[in-house]
Structures are given as C-alpha cells and as structure tokens.
Write a protein that binds this ligand. Structure first.
Ligand SMILES: [Zn+2]
Length: 194
C-alpha cells in the first residue's frame, strides 16, 4: 500500500501472494499515485525495500527514497559513510536534484578542494541518512503500519474468509473502498460543520 502520512489513509494498493517480491510493487504503486494526480516528493519504505528496483522506481519518477540500509558487503565496508579527511568527517552541504548529487564539505574547510559532489545512489541518497530530514520522514513511515492495523482490526481486512488471489483482491478493494468512503463522509461533514 501507498499510504498518506498525513491522514494514514491508503492511496494505492496491490494484492500479491506472499511469495511475490514486494519491492517490485513500488513502480506500479507510484504510477497509480501519479494517475490519481498525486506526485509525492518523498517515499519512506522499510529495509525490505533496500533493493535496486525500489531505488530505480523512485529515481525514474523524481521521488526521493527514504529507506534504511541492509547490511550488504558495501555497507559493511562503510561505503555509505560520508567522506573523511584529517579534519574529520565531512558534512552534508546540500542536494542538487538536477545534478542528482549531494555536496559534502570538509568540516573546517581547510581541504583543497573543500567540498565534493557525490552522485546519488542507494548508498548516497539525495536525502542523506545522516540528516534530521531523513529521520523525520522515516518516522512518518509508521503511517503504513497504522493503516494496515486499522484495516485488519477495524475494517475486517483480516482474517481472510476467501481463497484465491482474485477473491482476496476483491475483498481488499471493497474493504479499503469502504474505509475511504467513510473517511470521505467524515471530511465532508467536517467541512459542512466548519
Ligand atoms: Zn579537511
């Protein structure tokens, strides 16, 4: 599910079997959002999405990924860390979306050159994991957990009473549409009352 972190409401969803790799769902979900006129600036996902298809899906659609790193060999080597010089660890000094790179600067500015551009990739995203912005956005990923919890506990998404993917898909669609309709009625009521 793609969930809005302001309302905790589902915006787009797919139903797959447990053996399907969920990181393949990122591109179709972002495309569905775009078709609805929703172009998120950032997308927070858990560690399970720390794979090339998720980063590629975001990069191709101008969405900034906020995903924690899995302990891959490159991460164990520390390839994700900021540059270091004799003056200490370099500081993040801004991102440039057009260049698709982040600027890092020597902490004292004594190095020549005192800054360098690092191309964005999985290890060095445009919103660096060292920044407060990254931490703040990642914290809002809790929205998707709340949304699943609410659908399962309050809207009877689970336990499933049907078998076969088509029927489960229909059950999920109806459940989510019921929740969204109810939210819509409440927001209309709130507007009328205001
Ligand atoms: Zn230096």
């Amino acid at each position: 599910m793609a969930v809005c972190s302001k309302t905790d409401l589902p915006l787009a969803w797919t139903v797959e079997t447990a053996k399907d790799n969920e990181t393949r769902s990122v591109a179709p979900l972002l495309d569905r959002l775009h078709a609805l006129g929703i172009d998120p600036e950032t997308c927070a996902m858990d560690k399970g999405y720390d794979t090339a298809p998720a980063y590629d899906a975001c990069a191709e659609r101008g969405v900034l990924p906020v995903i924690p790193l899995r302990q891959t060999p490159a991460v164990k080597r520390g390839d994700d860390k900021p540059p270091v010089c004799e003056h200490g660890e370099w500081r993040f000094a801004g991102a440039d979306r057009k260049r698709n790179a982040c600027k890092w600067r020597c902490p004292t500015g004594e190095c020549k050159p005192a800054s360098a551009w690092i191309k964005a990739d999985r290890l060095h995203p445009l919103i660096p994991r060292e920044t407060l912005r990254w931490k703040g956005i990642y914290r809002r990923r809790a929205s998707v957990e709340r949304a699943f919890g609410r659908l399962k506990n309050e809207w009877a998404l689970a336990p499933l009473r049907v078998r076969r993917i088509e029927r489960v898909q229909l059950h999920a669609d109806l459940t989510i549409l019921a929740q969204l309709s109810s939210a819509r009625v409440r927001s209309d009521d709130a507007l009328l009352a205001a």
